[in-house]
Design a protein around this ligand. Structure first.
Ligand code: MG
Ligand code: ZN
Length: 323
């Protein structure tokens, strides 16, 4: 188990004072590029289980669900819905927003004394210290807001949002992120995408009396794989249970992510569901590792992406199959 426990987000430090996230990811990316024979978005290989077909022909849909209201009456006019889940950092936006905010610092970077306080599995606590330091340096709400509003979206993400805004009958969209509510809301509103999301799950954040940006843990959990403040599998499991209680069962679950903490919930997905790991990032690497070490355990179809347009075309195909 220990070998599977990975930090949920790129660690802020590595030896030599270089931030660890990027080198780790770059290594993973180059490793994957070296043996991935499907450069244009086909399924992940290295699995002995039958692989689902490529995005242009997504796995067959299950029979239509039986959507019912709270009182059990069938609603004939309601089309079957899919649940579409997004991660935020390095998925919707093309950066890790916890790094992006450092641009608001007068010197644009953290002192070594703060960076050295990072401990694996305790990223949330580390960010609390970073934000306290930023407050000490006079960084205010408007500064944070300006940064969040200007973080670039990932390639193709704007087009994917455009597509989704026209398909709101078919997708219920939620966001699960280990960033923070304030930053996510700023970024999504600036991108005009905020209203697409039925619910956002992230760490609570606010500005205290001094004007300091403060952060808390999302919840507690028992998952050995995830950092102490958030397990997205727990969030997803609870959400599906809550929606089922309310009469909504989803035809399929689609998950767009990049991180190790996106891998955890995606292991719980079924064979009719689709995981969209960003190609070469930790989620993708962990899926490939599991397909190799425990064939058949990872059930969801896997569609790696470099551009969200690849996600978009897969979702388009999924809708065509049905209607
Ligand atoms: Mg991420
Ligand atoms: Zn977990």
């Amino acid at each position: 188990m220990a070998s599977e426990v990975l930090p949920p987000r790129p660690g802020p430090l590595s030896s030599g004072g270089v931030r660890a996230g990027d080198p780790v990811r770059a290594q993973a990316a180059s490793r994957l590029a070296a043996f991935d024979p499907h450069p244009l978005g086909a399924m992940a290989q290295a699995s002995s289980t039958p692989l689902p077909p490529p995005p242009s022909s997504t796995p067959p849909l299950k029979p239509a669900s039986d959507p019912r209201t709270h009182d059990g009456n069938t609603v004939a006019t309601q089309p079957p819905k899919h649940l579409l889940i997004f991660d935020f950092d390095e998925t919707i936006i093309n950066e890790n927003s916890d790094d992006s905010v450092l641009r608001a610092l007068p010197g644009k970077q953290l002192p070594e004394s703060i960076r050295q306080t990072y401990r694996e599995g305790f990223y949330n606590e580390y960010m609390q210290r970073v934000l306290k330091y930023m407050g000490d340096q006079g960084v205010k709400m408007a500064d944070f807001k300006a940064v969040y509003e200007n973080i670039p979206l990932s390639p193709g993400m704007r087009d994917l949002f455009q597509f989704l805004s026209k398909q709101q009958d078919h997708f219920e969209i939620i966001l699960m992120s280990d960033a923070n509510m304030f930053g996510i809301e700023c970024a999504l509103k600036a991108a005009g995408a905020y209203s697409l999301f039925r619910k956002i799950f992230s760490n609570p954040s606010s500005f205290d009396k001094r004007g300091y940006f403060t952060l808390g843990p999302y919840h507690s959990h028992n998952c050995p794989r995830c950092p102490s403040n958030m397990c997205k599998r727990k969030i997803l499991t609870e959400y599906l249970a809550e929606r089922a209680q309310e009469g909504t069962r989803f035809e399929r679950v689609f998950y767009v992510g990049d991180g190790a903490n996106d891998f955890c919930p995606s292991v719980a997905m079924k064979s009719t569901d689709v995981a969209f790991p960003r190609r070469g990032y930790p989620m993708h690497r962990l899926i490939l590792e599991m397909e190799k070490s425990q064939p058949g355990k990872y059930q969801a179809a896997v569609v790696p992406w470099d551009s969200a347009l690849e996600v978009c075309s897969c979702l388009q195909e999924a809708l065509k199959k049905k209607y």
